[in-house]
Design a protein around this ligand. Structure first.
Ligand SMILES: CC(=O)SCCNC(=O)CCNC(=O)[C@H](O)C(C)(C)COP(=O)(O)OP(=O)(O)OC[C@H]1O[C@@H](n2cnc3c(N)ncnc32)[C@H](O)[C@@H]1OP(=O)(O)O
Length: 394
């Protein structure tokens, strides 16, 4: 193997990288690669070469993310990471991440996030589990508790091209106030959504709109000798008011032919549980969601609002991005004052959106309190009112 240096792809190489990424996931048939091509132009792509052969890829979208306090920050939405079989465990991914983080730092992007294919890959690079996803299942037709207020304006099925502009406007309004939600202004959302339409051979998505919310779902149709056994797979459900939220759920729960609803990207504090007469009708399984990397600790800390004192001093270690190692107040100010809490940058990332508390991490032995009382103060300052979540994939 030659030089393992990662570099930005030039225009002539852009065309090849979906095939290399496809090969990493054993999805490199012509149809698979064609499905990936529409998203490639939206991604800043890196590659690693073995002589002339491209053997590894990584990319990122230029997104925004909502932070605690309603502030917004640029976010590198890391995606399309793959190394061809036969070239693995020789540092190809390491060189891609090295180049990507250096480049983001130079470009002034303080945060990067990704969804991990496997849980053991990204912690070593300073990524921490910053949000969690709730896989919700509801079977039968559980009813609402009495007194639930429903916005009775109708929910209507609308075809894709008419639905998308409305959905994007609603999404932008709701995302502005939800920690962890991402925004994209470059049109890549449509490309990504088209790419996913044909994956796994499922039926294309359907769009149901309410004046103040929407649901995107895919029906999985099935008949048994007892009749219909349909399942609706929800991909997005969002509402601007609690009453619109209830209207969307009532629409789904009253769907004829359907025996089960499933939503793999619900928030861990999803309100549906509190709408039902029998909360046990919902099955919930929690898995990791966004893995976050503080590319620049100073800028990241300064960008979010705190829920408590901003002067607690953190001793941060960051083996992969040493410019972050040092003492930082929660406000983002660099200091020489004695450290009060010691932690790795991945743990700070895990707590950054409020999805995990520093106290929880300390209970796991990952965060150390150096001065009595400082851990609780810092933990509360970083905590958020609602759990961070991110309904969008990238
Ligand atoms: C955001 C996304 O796109 S997620 C998608 C990630 N891609 C995939 O899962 C596709 C299939 N897998 C692959 O393409 C590759 O195996 C990758 C990208 C996961 C890893 O690439 P490699 O070039 O083998 O990684 P590299 O050699 O740089 O490994 C760095 C370290 O991570 C470890 N590592 C790499 N992959 C894994 C894994 N899947 N599980 C656990 N540890 C891993 C290596 O053992 C190594 O550890 P060490 O430093 O202690 O020796």
């Amino acid at each position: 193997m030659g030089n393992l240096e990662a570099r930005k792809l030039d225009a002539g190489e852009q065309d090849e990288f979906p095939a290399v990424f496809g090969a990493a996931f054993l999805e490199d048939s012509e149809a698979d690669v064609a499905r990936l091509r529409p998203i490639a132009p939206f991604v800043t792509a890196l590659g690693v070469f073995d002589d002339a052969e491209m053997i590894g890829t990584a990319g990122h979208y230029d997104l925004t993310i909502t932070l605690p306090g309603g502030h917004h920050s640029r976010l590198a939405g890391v995606t399309l990471v793959g190394v061809k079989p036969g070239h693995r465990r020789r540092g190809v991914l390491t060189s891609l991440i090295r180049e990507q983080l250096d480049d983001l730092r130079e470009s002034g992007v303080a945060l990067a996030a990704l969804y991990a294919s496997e849980g053991a890959i990204y912690g070593r690079f300073g990524y921490g589990m910053a949000s969690f996803e709730n896989h919700l299942s509801l079977s039968g037709k559980p009813g609402f508790r009495t007194g639930v207020e429903v916005d009775d304006r109708p929910v209507r099925e609308v075809e894709r091209d008419r639905a998308l502009p409305v959905i994007q406007q609603q999404h932008a309004r709701i995302a502005a106030n939800r920690v962890g939600w991402t925004g994209r202004a470059d049109g890549s959302w449509e490309a990504l959504e088209l790419m996913r339409r044909s994956r796994n051979g499922r039926q294309p998505p359907r769009y149901a709109l309410h004046p103040e919310g929407h649901v995107i779902y895919r029906p999985e149709t099935k008949w048994t000798d007892r009749g219909p056994d349909y399942r609706l797979e929800i991909t997005h459900l969002m509402a601007e008011t609690p009453q619109a939220y209830a209207a969307l759920w009532r629409y789904l729960l009253e769907f004829d032919l359907v025996r089960e609803l499933h939503w793999g990207k619900a928030a861990i504090d999803e309100p549906i549980v509190h709408l039902l007469a029998d909360p046990r009708a919902v099955d919930q399984r929690i898995v990791d969601g966004l893995w976050l990397r503080l590319v620049d600790v100073r800028a990241a800390l300064a960008a979010r609002e705190l829920n408590g004192p901003d002067d607690v001093v953190l001793e941060v270690t960051d083996a992969f991005c040493p410019w972050n190692s040092g003492r930082w107040r929660l406000s983002g100010e660099c200091t020489t004052a004695p450290a009060q809490v010691a932690l790795d940058v991945a743990d700070l990332a895990a707590a950054y959106l409020g999805g995990t508390t520093l106290s929880q991490l300390a209970a796991a032995g990952r965060v150390r309190e150096l001065e009595p009382g400082a851990l609780t103060a810092a933990s509360r300052a970083l905590a958020t009112d609602r759990a961070p979540s991110c309904p969008d994939a990238f």
